[in-house]
Design a protein around this ligand. Sequence first.
Ligand SMILES: [Zn+2]
Length: 497
Amino acid sequence: MSSLRTIGKWFFRFCLLVIFLAAFTWLGIHVSRAYYLRQASRPPSAFIVESGPLIALTHARVIDGTASPAQDDQTLILKNGMIAEVGPSSSIQVPASARSIDLSGKTVFPGLVMLHEHLFTISPDTTPTKILLVEQPVSFPLMYLAAGVTTLRTTGSIFPQADLAIKTAIDSGQRPGPDMFLTAPYLESNPLLFSQMHAIASPDEARRAVDEGAAEGMTSFKAYIHLTPEELKAGIDEAHSKGLKITGHLCSVGFTEAADMGIDGLEHGISVDTEFFPGKQPGICPPDRAAAKDIDERLDIESPEVQRLIHHLVERHVPITSTMAVFADFTDDAQPMSALEDREMRALCFKSALIYRILKAFVLPKIVMHHAMPKEMQFERDFVAAGGLLLAGSDPTGDGSTLAGYADQLEIELLVKAGFTPVEAIHVATQNGAVALGQSDRIGTIAKGKQADLVVVTGNPSTNISDIRNVDLVFRKGVGYSSARLFGAIKGLVGVQ
Ligand SMILES: [Zn+2]
């Protein structure tokens, strides 16, 4: 009898302890979240470490964004947010009144111009059949800037008013973040996976959606998976009538057909082109698993039809946006996340990352592609070799572990893995992006007269591309932000509602 009572007593104590620990953890998460939300919501001045009308960056290695070799021992003079001088340290006179920063051992390259970004991520409440997206208004702008992204194009919006508000807050100097070119809500006619997307029902509706987006201040458009050929054509023509561009993540329409309709860009590369799928019906998106499997197992990049497509895209001046970082999750040959990102992920996405990893490991049906990544890499190399304009972006969605900023850096690393030299990969992520946005006379390269959008890293990315992750300073319009302060302020905020 007494031993039963003892067991009962200990069981009661054990339950109390469990309840106490759970309450303590819950409280800890919420208190730290409130703290970081306040930290991350501070004005730009909290993250700025270098500012002033005249700044000299001396003895730096410069990668100028044009794909030229890195130049050692260079000095840059930044004046009123612009690059006033750049050249060998021996020939550049540093004005006495300049704030001088010695960058010996460091490398400067142009601020990244990334072309497939989002201001939302995957919600932890997502199921395998319904993906829920959540806006990341506080954390993502900071993460982009912290990783060296000074200009981005969103590529599909779910919360257009929130995107506009974020852009306005950044442009007016209330919040830190990159310069943003916003894309209107997705043009999609059958949003199977995404319940938050509006379904376009006719070519007329596609035209109206373009008109509405343009009226709200969106500067580009994105056609999505199930848009019919007629709706796509209507969307393209309407965007062009306003002098605006439209890109696509397509499926019901193949790349060749879309290029002939006049589309201005194609997202993700050959991995999503369905035109070579056996039995492809005009205007119908084949089942996604079968299409992915066909590309993974059968498609040959060296085949005459794929090579013909590449030359067709080049002739039609249709850029391709490489988004290999988001594919990495679905391939077995991709690089694992860096140790740094992994650690940050655990700390900052406590809820979403942890749940995702458990779901991914044990619950979600895993699509593993064995050959798709090397094929995508070969396609992108051949496209560039043929004269095509390759762009880069992170597409921070995937399985929820593709994160703004970090994934932009991973994308550049994957370009090098694909066979581009480090300076070529940086060129794709800087000058090419600026060209696609029509901004190349202002940003994307390091040259006299350009805007002082610069990334300062420790090390030498021209020999070790992963040194792009060692960001010290990010200059946007000549104002230097501390990457560590930006990244330091977002713990616990990503992916959490
Ligand atoms: Zn996307």
